[in-house]
Design a protein around this ligand. Structure first.
Ligand SMILES: [Zn+2]
Ligand SMILES: [Zn+2]
Ligand SMILES: [Zn+2]
Ligand SMILES: [Zn+2]
Ligand SMILES: [Zn+2]
Ligand SMILES: [Zn+2]
Ligand SMILES: [Zn+2]
Ligand SMILES: [Zn+2]
Length: 242
């Protein structure tokens, strides 16, 4: 109601307070609650609404999401009875730039993400992205390498410790929030590859560069070297670590 400041209007009509949760209210189907508070009305686009912007989601009530999203056959055949009951859109992924499901093809197809399609080789096996991040002179980088890093999203090597505020970096990267190592600076497992690959440590990149000497490397017990390079170990106690 736009006339809430009009005393006469307010005196002559009953006004319910708007529900704080608005269109996202979980009690919207509870009749008593629904009567008591004012809730937004249904979106006029019904089951076809594609607008997943925050403002729109708050302003209108929407039908429940169909579990087949836009791949739903009934939706594609415009079956009215089904489309009146379910919404068919690609909602935004709640994790956004921090999405950990980037290798789940279904998830990437069904949810909108702020980054381009994830490179199938990220985080450990993309040599083009490795060249891109290792270079000290961005001018000298091959066009092919740069093009690949613009076309596909890659996992940022710094994860939650990333300080890169460059908008292009943020747009093209996935920042996976790995669990922090509970021991932090006092960690005693800094020479264990699988530990370094699973937890974030201060001053150590989440995704370290690949050491070219692999399991022939003499410095594999040197924490300083390990903080920069990872090693593909094919034998050894921890089994296969990629
Ligand atoms: Zn409510
Ligand atoms: Zn809508
Ligand atoms: Zn459907
Ligand atoms: Zn996601
Ligand atoms: Zn790549
Ligand atoms: Zn980053
Ligand atoms: Zn640790
Ligand atoms: Zn090494």
């Amino acid at each position: 109601c736009k006339q809430r400041n009009d005393v006469l209007h307010m005196g002559s009509f009953i006004h319910r307070n708007p529900c704080k949760s608005g269109a996202q209210c979980k009690d919207i189907d509870n009749e008593k609650h629904f009567q008591e508070y004012e809730h937004p009305s249904y979106c006029p686009s019904g089951g076809y609404c594609q607008d997943t912007s925050d403002n729109h989601e708050k302003a209108y009530r929407h039908l429940p999401l169909c579990k087949y999203f836009q791949k739903c056959l009934e939706y594609q055949k415009h079956i009215k009875t089904h489309c009146e009951k379910f919404r068919h859109c690609n909602p935004s992924c709640k994790l956004g730039n921090y999405c950990i499901n980037f290798h789940d093809k279904q998830h990437i197809e069904n949810y909108k993400h702020p980054f381009p399609s994830p490179c199938v080789f990220t985080p450990y096996h993309c040599t083009l992205h490795e060249q891109f991040t290792m270079t000290t002179n961005i001018e000298k980088i091959l066009d092919e390498v740069e093009q690949h890093c613009l076309d596909f999203a890659h996992v940022c090597r710094f994860g939650r410790n990333c300080t890169d505020k460059d908008s292009l970096h943020i747009e093209k990267s996935i920042h996976v929030l790995r669990p922090l190592c509970p021991s932090g600076n006092e960690c005693t497992k800094l020479i264990q590859e699988d530990h370094l690959n699973s937890f974030t440590h201060p001053n150590i990149r989440d995704i370290r560069f690949l050491c070219k000497y692999a399991d022939k490397c003499y410095e594999r017990r040197n924490p300083k070297h390990l903080s920069k390079f990872r090693h593909i170990i094919t034998f050894e106690d921890s089994g296969v670590v990629r």
